[in-house]
Every structure is written in C-alpha cells, then in structure tokens.
Design a protein around this ligand. Structure first.
Ligand SMILES: Nc1ncnc2c1ncn2[C@@H]1O[C@H](COP(=O)(O)OP(=O)(O)OP(=O)(O)O)[C@@H](O)[C@H]1O
Length: 309
C-alpha cells in the first residue's frame, strides 16, 4: 500500500533519512519505532509530500504522492505530533472544518462528525473550545480532526506524548478499532511498550535508517536474549559471578550494587538452575524476577544503546 525506496532527506549537512526502505501492507498497524531525532517525523513528512526529499521513490496505492495528489489525500488522515486545531472554533466546529476539507456533502459530514466525536469520547465536550480542554482531551480532538473523513490510511505521529494514562488507553484502543474497521495505520512512537501493544508490523529506525523490521516476535528472535533474570540484594563474590557466567545458556552477566542481571540465550529452566546455584552456595537474596526480551533489548543488541537514552 505504501512503498518507500532508497529515501534520502538532508537538512543542510544533517542526513535525517539515510537510504530508507520500507513497505507497508494494507491492513497493518505499522509502528515506526525509534529514539527522538531518528527521523520518524521526517519520514512521515516525505511520505505525505509535505517535505521535499533529496533522493528516493515513494508510492501510495501504487501512485506517486505529490502535493497535488488530491484524490490520494482524501484517502489519508493525518494526526500530527503537535495539536493543530483552531482556538476560536468549538470541538464540533473544529472536527467539521477538517472533515469539510475532504467531504463537501453537509448531511453526510454531520453524520461523520458525530461518529468522530463518539469515537474519541468527546460527546460531553463538543460545545467547548480547545482552551477549555485538558491535554489528553485536546489530543483526542486532534485525532478526531484527522480521522473524521474516514480515511483508508491514517498517519499518527506520537499521538500519546504527554497524555494521561486514561486518555492514552482510550487512544490506543481507538487505534485498534480504526484498524478493525479497515484502516491501515502508520504509528510513530518512541514508547516501545505502546508499539508492542498495538502494532502488527514494526520498523526500528536509528539515524535515519531502518535497522530491523518484522513482527514483534520476529524482531525478538533476531537477538540473542531469550530471557533476563534479575536477582536483587545478592552479595556475590567474583568467583561466584564467574560460576554464573559459565552456566549453560548464560551469555551476559551484569552485577551492580548487589543487583545481578543474567541474560540467557534460551528460555528453558533458567530460573530453576540459577536459584539452585544460589541456594547451594547459601547466598541470601531478595526479589527474583524473570523477563522476556523487549523491543528495547532488540534496539540495545543492534545499536549498543537504549531506546530511552
Ligand atoms: N527543519 C529541520 N531543520 C533541520 N534539522 C531538522 C529539521 N527537522 C528535523 N531535523 C533534524 O532531523 C533529525 C530527524 O528529526 P525528526 O523530527 O524527523 O525525528 P523524530 O524521530 O521524529 O524525533 P521526535 O521523536 O523527537 O519527533 C533530527 O536530528 C532533527 O534534529
């Protein structure tokens, strides 16, 4: 549905997109995940022909996207990172205005605007002005303005930044529902938990390049970490740490301020083996917990740094 080939975008000397290749199939919730400044917003700007680029090819529904591609634009909804609404219009009027850019038919528009208001849960606020809304409700209005014309493809650029947990869950649930009604969603975020929660395909970006792509399961299979076990308040000698390093399936051991973190290749029986060893050595310890790899581990293993850095 969307194909990006060899895309290069420079801002002066800075290469924001460095030969980026991506393909987004119809029906996906496609996550563009990466740290701040990796090029997510720039990629969206280029796809939507809002930004000129230096090199590459972008097609949407097999058509080249240009600033004049009005038929294509009607199929697309955009929820920008910064809330972009008119302060002098009410919630309802704002949604009607944005919907009207694509849908001239007034009667149909009235119905679509009502649907959008219900969809984002702003029924009690439709006569209010943006300045009267909380940050979370404003974000919901931003979404309603982007999706009211029922687009087939929706771009959402970090829609949950600075949003309270209740609105955040409402937004994530809404994205799933939009997808279930047939929309293809392109969702950018630097929150790996959200991307894991809702995205059916994920591309991890770093320095304007796609460093890995696949489903979350596929991405996690690309890395060595199978399981991470943390043991708190454990007093260990250097020799004991060395024994743990030598244990089967262990490939990395980190020990700081009495917190032991052991990474295992596989997922089988690791906790039992580790606890057995600690007991044999009569080592006292506090809380013990096991975690499966996250998308942050994928990013960490590929780039050597954390998504949160
Ligand atoms: N108009 C601009 N002029 C110069 N540099 C820019 C401009 N817009 C973005 N950049 C730079 O290009 C790189 C990519 O920025 P971009 O906003 O696309 O990243 P992002 O992944 O969307 O980050 P964020 O999550 O912070 O929005 C960054 O280094 C940024 O500083």
């Amino acid at each position: 549905m969307i194909k990006i080939e060899n895309l290069v975008k420079r801002y002066g000397n800075l290469v924001a997109l460095d030969h980026l290749d991506l393909e987004i199939a119809k029906g996906e919730i496609f996550g563009l995940l990466g740290p701040n400044g990796c090029g997510k917003t720039t990629a969206i700007g280029c796809i939507l022909a809002l930004l000129r680029y230096d090199k590459g090819e972008i097609t949407i529904c097999s058509e080249k996207m240009t600033p004049e591609s009005y038929d294509l634009k009607r199929k697309i909804g955009i929820v920008p990172q910064e809330v972009a609404v008119f302060d002098q219009l009410t919630v309802q009027e704002n949604i009607d205005y944005f919907c009207g850019l694509y849908l001239p038919d007034r009667k149909k528009r009235k119905e679509y605007v009502e649907d959008a208001i219900t969809f984002v849960g702003l029924n009690d606020y439709k006569k209010m002005y943006p300045k009267q809304l909380s940050g979370g409700l404003l974000r919901r209005l931003n979404i309603a303005c982007g999706i009211a014309h029922k687009p087939e493809i929706i771009f959402m650029d970090e829609p949950t930044v600075a949003v309270d947990p209740q609105s955040r869950n409402h937004i994530l649930e809404g994205i799933r529902k939009l997808n279930q009604t047939g929309a293809t969603i392109i969702y950018t975020s630097h929150y790996m938990e959200e991307v894991e929660q809702i995205c059916t395909q994920i591309a991890i970006l770093d320095h304007g390049q796609c460093i890995a792509k696949g489903t979350k399961e596929e991405l996690k299979q690309m890395i060595r970490t199978g399981e991470k076990i943390t043991v708190e308040e454990a007093a260990l000698s250097d020799q004991q740490l060395e024994h743990i390093r030598q244990m089967e399936q262990v490939y990395a051991v980190d020990y700081q301020e009495q917190v032991l973190l052991v990474r295992f290749d596989g997922t089988d029986h690791n906790i039992v083996k580790l606890l057995q060893y600690l007991q044999e050595q009569t080592i006292c310890f506090g809380r013990v917990y096991s975690e499966l790899p996250t998308l942050n581990d994928v990013f960490l293993e590929i780039t050597g740094k954390s998504l949160r850095d």
